[in-house]
Structure formats: C-alpha cells, structure tokens
Ligand binder design. Structure first.
Ligand SMILES: [Mg+2]
Length: 215
C-alpha cells in the first residue's frame, strides 16, 4: 500500500535512465517545470508518523526508518495499520496537520511572481484535497496553482509531456527513471527512501531548488 492509487512494481525494475544533459537543470521556468507534492512540497511522511503516534499509539517510528517508498518493506507495522494511516491521509480525516517542507512557500511564491501558473502533478487519486491544502499554504492566488492528479505513477509521464513540462522535481526514484526515459529531466528531492545510486541531479532543500530557478 502506498499513498498512490497504482500498485508498485518490484523495486529495481526498469531502472535505465536516458542520458541527462546538465544544462537542463539550470534556469528552471514555470512554463516548463512542475513539482510532485508528497515528499517534495508536503511533509507527508512526517504526517504518517504523527498519525501513527496519535491514532495508533505507535511511538517508535523515526523519519529515517522510512528507507523505502513501499512502507511495508521498511516499517515494523501491521499492513492494516499502514493502510489505515494512508487512508486517513488520502481522505483528509487525520487530526495532526500536514505541514509544508521548509522553504517551499518562499521559493514557489518567487517562482510564480510574474503571474504564471505553478504546476504540480501528483499520483494521488484525487486532486481536490491536496489542492485546497496547497491554496492554504502557498502565498499565491488560487488560480495560479495548477494541480493534476494522475492516480498512478506511470501516468505522470504522459501528463507532463502533454503539458510541455521538461523538468520535474520528484522524491520517488523509480518515477525519476521512468520520466527520464521519455525525455523529461528529473530532479530528485533527497529523502531517506530514495538513497540508491542514480544518475540524476539531486537537491536536499528548497534553497537548492531556488538556486536552479531562472531569475
Ligand atoms: Mg512524492
């Protein structure tokens, strides 16, 4: 069970990347760049830990325990509990707050300063709830916040290509490989669950993403 609607492929499958040109990583522009939400803008795994503690009295989870995107593979938790927590996140019924990742507000506001749409593509099954959350945290007008929910990881490539997106900031390494194979340049947002060898540019903070944005 993951946050997303699609079933997972076994980790390690299909891990071939196209050659990525270093120049593609510079001068990011709103017209050709998009962002994943969970794990990049939203601190969703922190919320997972908060729900586990508050609703299920699970005290022992640490952020660094989440070493795989497939939570059953890395957490000492019953699958039914993992599923119930993820359901709370998807339905928005959780008591703890979903918090933004440090720095995203400032740099996303700067990214949209000339009035262009700032684009987000999520593999969540529904856009509504996470769009409302983005509107609540970002200092941007609602009509500048563009959110597409694909319902699956595999559908992200088609959606991004159709929207003319060249660069995508993502925390799921398998999706980075997938996107690179159709000519989209991924930027990997470093998280404990994506610490495997890869050929992509990686960033650990929003300051680093900001440094890649066009002036
Ligand atoms: Mg993500």
């Amino acid at each position: 069970m993951t946050l997303d609607a699609a079933s997972e492929k076994p980790y390690g499958s299909g891990r071939q990347a196209a050659v990525v040109k270093a120049a593609a990583y510079r001068g990011l522009a709103p017209e050709t760049t998009a962002f994943d939400i969970d794990g990049v803008v939203a601190d969703t795994m922190r919320l997972f830990i908060d729900i586990a503690r508050d609703s299920f009295r699970v005290q022992h989870l640490r952020y660094t325990d989440i070493t795989s995107y497939n939570l059953e593979d890395c957490l000492d938790l019953a699958p039914a509990i993992i599923e119930a927590i993820i359901q709370q996140i998807i339905d928005g019924t959780h008591a703890p707050r979903l918090r933004p990742i440090d720095g995203c507000r400032r740099f996303l506001a700067r990214f949209g300063k000339n009035g262009q749409p700032v684009r987000f593509v999520t593999a969540r099954p529904e856009a509504g709830l996470i769009r409302t959350w983005l509107e609540s945290i970002l200092p941007l007008p609602a009509d500048q916040i563009d959110v597409v929910a694909t319902g699956s990881f595999d559908a992200k490539a088609d959606v991004l290509q159709a929207a003319g997106i060249d660069v995508f900031v993502e925390d799921r390494l398998e999706t980075c490989f997938l996107l690179s194979r159709v000519g989209i340049t991924p930027i990997l947002f470093v998280q404990p669950w994506n610490r495997c060898p890869h050929p992509f540019r990686e960033v650990s903070t929003w300051e680093e993403i900001g440094a890649l944005m066009a002036e």
